[in-house]
Design a protein around this ligand. Sequence first.
Ligand SMILES: NC(=O)c1ccc[n+]([C@@H]2O[C@H](COP(=O)([O-])OP(=O)(O)OC[C@H]3O[C@@H](n4cnc5c(N)ncnc54)[C@H](OP(=O)(O)O)[C@@H]3O)[C@@H](O)[C@H]2O)c1
Length: 327
Amino acid sequence: MRAIITTAYGSPEIFKLDNIAKPEPKANEILIRIHASSVTKADTMMRTGKPYIGRLMIGLTKPKNPIWGTGFAGVVEAVGSEVTRFKTGDKVFGENLANMGTYAEYVNVPQDGIVAHLPAHLSFEEAAGLCDGGVTSLNFLSNLGMVKKGQKVLINGASGSLGTAAVQIAKYFGAEVTGVCSSRNVEMVLELGADQVIDYTEHDFTQNTHSYDLIYDTVGMRSFAECREALTENGIYASPVLGMPLLYDMMKTSVFGKKKAKFSATGALPKKEIKRLLHILIQIIEAGKLKGIIDRTYALEEVAVAHEYIETGHKKGNVVIKPTLTA
Ligand SMILES: NC(=O)c1ccc[n+]([C@@H]2O[C@H](COP(=O)([O-])OP(=O)(O)OC[C@H]3O[C@@H](n4cnc5c(N)ncnc54)[C@H](OP(=O)(O)O)[C@@H]3O)[C@@H](O)[C@H]2O)c1
């Protein structure tokens, strides 16, 4: 099969297309012919191998797993002898968090992994992109933000992968949603269901007179300190981008004050919890309340170009690669 092999950390040129043996599923695994794989902001950060602390998980001097990529959607091609949840021909999607390997034509995934049947009417491209942004934003909105009907939620970076999912999920929970994005994305964020949109190139949401029960800073561009005045009395600032200031604010607000700063590494949650979140995400998709936004689609051999595009910091929703030519 064709696969992108990664043997070092560095610039996008490290990705090399190669032909390797098609994997055989173990007894508890399903072999998936991939129709679409996600390429994420997190992938681009991992590729650089920085911050170095991240290498404790993915390999100290070079990547432990030579084939990268976690989000996938495709068709089950073969099943191991102990597999009961899936059969050949099933359409599936998910995140192969532990073993990666989705920058390839085929991947083996354990049947009890983060994998589910593809909801009706969801394309492979949408599904591949939705898992990371959708599950992460669901975790932040429901577990950290505890969003309830009628609450005021501000989503900074509403046009990105996490943001486009967050706008729709927060609306599903009945929140009043304010999206923050640049001028070129205002219309899209309104179409996703936001009640108001603030164009960050013209207005600074931390300086307006409104206050929010939750500020979900999907892109980590604003700090808790900057957002404090824009939070309600018991308001929460949550961001998936961890740095020293957020770490400090989390520790401080866990003891002092009513306003809280929060972070979670969604991929590090127990598998059972990620599966629970994926199950809820599927219910939201099946209710017709969540669609995937696809910005660009690349061929497998264009992974490096996809990384370069994501690193501009201005993608809309998700970027996917299509390892196989048929869909
Ligand atoms: N902790 C976790 O569990 C977890 C899980 C997944 C991802 N993450 C992290 O979450 C972050 C976001 O990921 P993502 O995939 O959603 O990012 P992304 O899609 O690459 O974000 C791009 C978007 O950010 C917007 N943006 C850029 N500058 C902005 C600014 N100053 N203010 C507001 N919006 C701005 C851009 O809009 P314009 O083009 O309009 O500027 C663009 O649409 C990444 O750092 C990723 O590593 C964390």
